[in-house]
Design a protein around this ligand. Structure first.
Ligand code: NAP
Length: 247
């Protein structure tokens, strides 16, 4: 069964993807930034499901670290056939007039540069012209890419606009290489990411405003990402799939 790689896999949506993919029989490699305890707990859960696991601290802002992570995956588990480009952050809720340069660089480097370098390493391993066997890349964008996140984090929303563009362009570029590239655009999902924005219970506040009447769960996003990565989605590429309860 194909090896699956997940960046930012230790918590939230990435964690649910790891568990679903492991339950489907995939060996799992995941990265995280710093919180080793969460990573160790997930690694133990994956092993308990009978799958092999490779977990490594790897800041996606660091190109050399991302390359070393993928080299580690190759050595430990073999070449990946699924890569979920998932790691992402928000900055504290603020209006653009109050953004610092440091804040914007951090969001842009994590969400855009990190995603591009991750996607690049995935293509280098999957492309048939490079000796790969093809595969599936799923990018975690956000419904914010079209809503803009005014008063909260336009910088974050703009990085997700970049994810939509990356998905559309790369899907066309590598379709002939046997690689499918798709994105999910989650809405308000109840994970710890909102703590970074300074409002841990943001999902509770906004849930009732969403057409479907509640926030979403990490599992609901993961189910869509895992489907996009699977052969069940064999004719789907370049798609931006909203998982946003109608938001
Ligand atoms: P989360 O619960 O905060 O988890 C984030 C994960 O990413 C953690 O494993 C974290 O590792 C890792 N990470 C953070 N910065 C990293 C870096 N520089 N390098 C490597 N790993 C890093 O987040 P989430 O809500 O699951 O979000 C996952 C993705 O979904 C993001 O791209 C986010 O933009 C997108 N999304 C989320 C929502 C939502 O409402 N939750 C909505 C739309 C889109 P540590 O544990 O070590 O910090």
């Amino acid at each position: 069964m194909t090896v699956a790689v997940i960046t930012g896999g230790s918590r939230g949506i990435g964690r649910e993807c790891a568990l679903l993919l492991a339950a489907r029989g995939h060996d799992i490699a995941f990265s995280y930034r710093a919180e080793k305890a969460a990573a160790d707990a997930l690694a133990a859960e994956i092993e308990a499901l009978g799958r092999r696991v490779f977990a490594q601290a790897c800041d996606v802002r660091d190109e050399a670290a991302v390359i070393a992570f993928f080299d580690g995956v190759d050595a430990a588990l073999g070449r990946p056939g699924i890569v979920l480009v998932n790691a992402g952050i928000v900055a504290p809720q603020a209006r653009l007039a109050d953004y610092s340069a440091e804040r914007m660089r951090s969001v842009f480097e994590t969400n855009i540069f990190g995603a591009f370098v991750t996607a690049r390493e995935a293509v280098r391993r999957m492309a048939k012209s490079r000796g790969g066997a093809g595969g599936a890349i799923v990018i975690n964008s956000s419904k914010a890419s079209v809503l803009g996140a005014p008063g909260e984090y336009i910088d974050y929303a703009a990085t997700k606009g970049a994810m939509d563009t990356l998905t559309i362009g790369l899907a066309k570029e590598v379709a002939g290489e046997g690689i499918r590239v798709n994105a999910v655009r989650p809405g308000i999902i109840d994970t710890d990411i909102h703590t970074l924005g300074g409002e841990p219970r943001r999902a509770d506040r906004l849930g009732p405003t969403i057409p479907i009447g509640r926030s979403g769960t990490a599992r609901e996003v993961a189910q869509t990402m895992v489907w996009l990565a699977s052969d069940e989605a064999s004719y789907v590429t370049g798609a931006l799939v909203d998982v946003a309860g109608g938001r």
